[in-house]
Write a protein that binds this ligand. Structure first.
Ligand SMILES: [Mg+2]
Length: 261
C-alpha cells in the first residue's frame, strides 16, 4: 500500500490558500489593500517569479510547488538545495512586495513582516485529513505501507511531523532526495523496492491523475484516485488498468485482498 502525501494524507493546497488568505487579511488591515485581489496576486507572483529563478529546472523535476517556496526552508543536503536556500528569503519577500505593489507602495519592513507572518500561518495549518490517521492505524503494521511524495525532503517531512503522521514511521520516498519526482516511475519503484512488493500486488492512492494514477497504473499497480473536491467523481476519466475513484480513504480496505500489499 503506497500513499501520495499532499492532498491525499495531508491538507496541502487548501491549507496554503487559507494561510495566504489570513496573511492578506492582515495586509488589508495595515496597508488598506483589497485582500481578495492580493490573494490572487500572491499566487500569480509566486508562480511567475518561481519560474524565473535559475533553480526552476530542479524544482520542476522534483515537484516543488511555487507556493511551497513561500515558507520552505530547504534544509537539505546537495548543491541544488543550497542554491534554493540562497534565494529563498529574497524570493518570498519579492513575491509579497510585487503582489502588494500591484495595489499600493510598501516599505521593506512591512514586506518582511508579511512574508514571515505567512510562514507562521502556513505552519499552523499542518493537518492530516480526518480519514488519514484512522485508516493508517487500522492497516498498520499488518499491511506494509510507504509514502511517495514530490517536493523537498525538509518540507515534506515537516508536513509529516506537524500533522502527526510521522508516528507510524512509514518508509517515505521524497522526490528531492532521489533527484526525480512523479510521474517518473523512479520514486514508485524505490518505494516498491523498500516494501519488497511487486507492483501487481501493490495499491497506490493519490489525488493526481497525471502524477499518481497514470504512472502507478502504467507500472501495473492498482491505482486509486482520492477525489476529495470533485462535484461528480463518477465522471472522472481514468486511464486503462486497475484504476478506481474513491471519495474517502476508508474505501481502500476493499482493495486490499489477501496476498496483496
Ligand atoms: Mg498529491
Amino acid at each position: 500500500m503506497i500513499w501520495d502525501l499532499d492532498d491525499t494524507l495531508v491538507v496541502e493546497r487548501p491549507a496554503a490558500e487559507a494561510a495566504v488568505a489570513a496573511t492578506c487579511q492582515h495586509a488589508a488591515a495595515v496597508l488598506g489593500v483589497n485582500p481578495e485581489r492580493l490573494e490572487q496576486d500572491v499566487f500569480d507572483e509566486a508562480k511567475s517569479q518561481w519560474s524565473a529563478l535559475p533553480t526552476i529546472d530542479f524544482a520542476r523535476r522534483v515537484g516543488i510547488a511555487s507556493w511551497e517556496a513561500l515558507w520552505a526552508t530547504f534544509e537539505d543536503p546537495g548543491r541544488e538545495f543550497s542554491d534554493l536556500r540562497a534565494v529563498r528569503l529574497s524570493h518570498r519577500q519579492a513575491v509579497w512586495r510585487k503582489a502588494i505593489e500591484r495595489q499600493t507602495s510598501v516599505d521593506p519592513p512591512s514586506v518582511e513582516e508579511l512574508s514571515e507572518r505567512f510562514v507562521v500561518e502556513r505552519l499552523s495549518r499542518m493537518e492530516a485529513y480526518p480519514d488519514a490517521e484512522p485508516v493508517i492505524s487500522q492497516l498498520h503494521p499488518e499491511v506494509p505501507m510507504a509514502i511517495v511524495t514530490n517536493g523537498a525532503p525538509d518540507t515534506q517531512r515537516t508536513k509529516l511531523s506537524l500533522s502527526g503522521l510521522d508516528r507510524f514511521g512509514l518508509p517515505t520516498v521524497v522526490a528531492g532526495e532521489i533527484g526525480i519526482g512523479k510521474p517518473s516511475p523512479e520514486p514508485f519503484l524505490r518505494a516498491l523496492d523498500q516494501l519488497e512488493v511487486a507492483p501487481e500486488r501493490a495499491v497506490f492512492v493519490g489525488d493526481s491523475l497525471s502524477r499518481d494514477i497514470t504512472p502507478a497504473s502504467n507500472l501495473g499497480m492498482t491505482a486509486l484516485l482520492i477525489a476529495r473536491y470533485h462535484h461528480d467523481p463518477n465522471s472522472i476519466a481514468l486511464p486503462e488498468g486497475r484504476c478506481n475513484v474513491i471519495t474517502t480513504l476508508h474505501a481502500v480496505q476493499q482493495y486490499l485482498s489477501p496476498g496483496r500489499d
